[in-house]
Design a protein around this ligand. Structure first.
Ligand SMILES: Nc1ncnc2c1ncn2[C@@H]1O[C@H](COP(=O)(O)OP(=O)(O)O)[C@@H](O)[C@H]1O
Ligand SMILES: [Mg+2]
Length: 447
């Protein structure tokens, strides 16, 4: 497996440090298993490296200031630091979580964008249920194929209704779960999800680990994956404004993982098929099977040295080459996602002619040649506002896709840039419309 991973690496090494260095990893379908070495994501093989620059008090102060700035966008919350936040223990509460409506628009406005269960002032914390085999069998009607809603590297996903009435997605690991990889992936996902709570992340309800069964129960997100929407699976075109909102939702979720929990988490598999949509087309990031604790920068660590995991076409070339993982690897994948949102294309398009096969390379080339508009998903409605926004989104994507992590923006900075892109987009769209209606009014007056 590692041999496969290294081949795109050597390609990168030969390329100049410019546009052509975008990952051309693999020519197969962008499916995760081909880039997933078998070892656990939380292995002792990972190590942490330090650099003096990370101890810089100015940097620490800047980070503190950044936190205060972002906090302005959240409702006031009592911040309680829980230092005992290791991923080594699972919660075993028997109570069902009470907050089942996290996806609604109202909830979204009430709760703000950055919330975390271990920093919340709520009296009742969401609790993780340890399910029994009977409950799971009942809820899934013995894993009825009619309830199957997804299939991935981890196993099969079922839609189910729990006894308390909550609709959930039940992820059942493949029987090959006994191999150590799936077992580790399962535990990683449970331990990661139980630590986080954010409106743009799927919420963990509970889990089951018994005998052969490894099951994760998460909130059901009813409207398919972003990839399905970009592919117009339901016949509807995902509009430009919705795409921009989705990009911002994902940026918020990942910013939260990187900055607003006690020990930051790197998702490692940000991609359109891991982004689930609600009925209102708001995004929730799913699939924490590859998530990993980030290096502790407060202690001067700069990265985690670990095996490469992720999906071909989304993988940070520097991580591929050096095995050094940082939050900026998620930023790289997010850059790929931005290009996907603009173009509608998959990161690797085997059907296209050679020049266009690696979507980010093709799109970034067009952008730098001044032809950003030519990359726009042909299904999208054209407007001056969308044209301008696309230029700016691709400019941000270019930064996120920088070959070295140092040159990439943080996820938080990316989110801020997207806010301003959306603001300009809306204003320009509104002024376009008002000038349209003014001119039509003029026509009416003339008549
Ligand atoms: N919470 C959920 N709500 C609705 N569908 C889901 C949910 N979780 C997963 N799915 C479906 O199952 C597929 C695979 O799930 P995912 O969590 O990505 O697992 P894997 O590790 O197997 O890739 C998703 O692409 C999606 O179609
Ligand atoms: Mg997945």
């Amino acid at each position: 497996m590692e041999t496969t991973m290294k081949s795109p690496n050597s390609l990168h090494a030969r390329r100049r440090r410019d546009l052509s260095s975008f990952s051309s990893a693999g020519s197969g379908t962008p499916d995760r298993p081909s880039y997933s070495p078998t070892n656990s994501t939380y292995t002792s093989s990972s190590s942490y490296s330090k650099s003096n620059s990370e101890k810089n008090p100015v940097k620490i102060a800047a980070r503190t200031f950044a936190g205060a700035f972002i906090a302005c966008f959240s409702p006031p919350e009592k911040v309680e630091t829980n230092s005992n936040n290791s991923l080594s223990s699972l919660s075993h509460s028997a109570d069902a979580p009470s907050d089942a409506s996290a996806g609604s628009g109202n909830e979204r406005r009430r709760s703000g964008i950055y919330t975390t269960s271990n920093k919340s002032t709520r009296t009742k914390e969401p609790e993780i249920v340890k399910f029994s085999v009977d409950e799971i069998y009942k809820a899934t009607k013995n894993f009825s194929p009619s309830l199957k809603i997804g299939q991935g590297g981890f196993g099969t996903v079922y839609k189910a209704r729990l006894q308390d009435g909550n609709l959930v997605a039940i992820k059942r690991a493949k029987k090959s779960v006994h191999d150590k990889n799936s077992g580790a992936e399962f535990r990683t996902e449970v331990r990661t999800l139980e630590k986080v709570e954010h409106l743009n992340l799927v919420k963990l309800y509970g889990y089951l680990e018994q005998g052969d069964e490894r099951i994760i129960v998460v909130e059901y997100v009813p409207n398919g994956t972003l990839r399905e929407h970009l592919d117009c699976v339901d016949g509807n075109i995902l509009g430009f404004a919705a795409r921009l909102d989705i990009a911002i939702d994902v940026a918020h979720a990942v910013t939260y993982l990187h900055m607003y929990i006690d020990h930051p988490i790197i998702h490692r598999d940000i991609k359109s098929s891991n982004i689930l949509l609600t009925e209102n087309l708001r995004a929730k990031v799913a699939d924490f099977g590859f998530a990993k604790l980030a290096a502790n920068t407060e202690a001067g660590e700069t990265h985690v040295s670990t095996q490469v995991k992720g999906t071909a076409g989304y993988l940070d070339p520097e991580y591929l080459q050096t095995y050094q993982l940082t939050e900026k690897s998620d930023v790289y994948s997010f850059g790929v996602l931005l290009v996907e949102l603009v173009t509608g294309r998959r990161p690797i398009e085997t059907k296209h002619e050679y020049k266009e096969r690696i979507t980010v390379r093709w799109a970034m080339k067009k952008f730098t040649e001044g032809d950003a508009i030519l990359t726009m998903d042909p299904r999208l409605e054209r407007s001056a506002a969308a044209n301008l926004a696309i230029e700016k989104i691709l400019e941000l994507a270019l930064q996120c896709l920088a070959p070295t992590r140092r040159s990439r923006p943080s996820m938080r900075k990316s989110a801020e840039l997207l806010w301003s892109i959306r603001k300009d987009y809306r204003e320009l769209l509104a002024s376009d419309h008002s000038s349209d209606s003014e001119s039509s009014n003029t026509t009416i007056r003339e008549e």
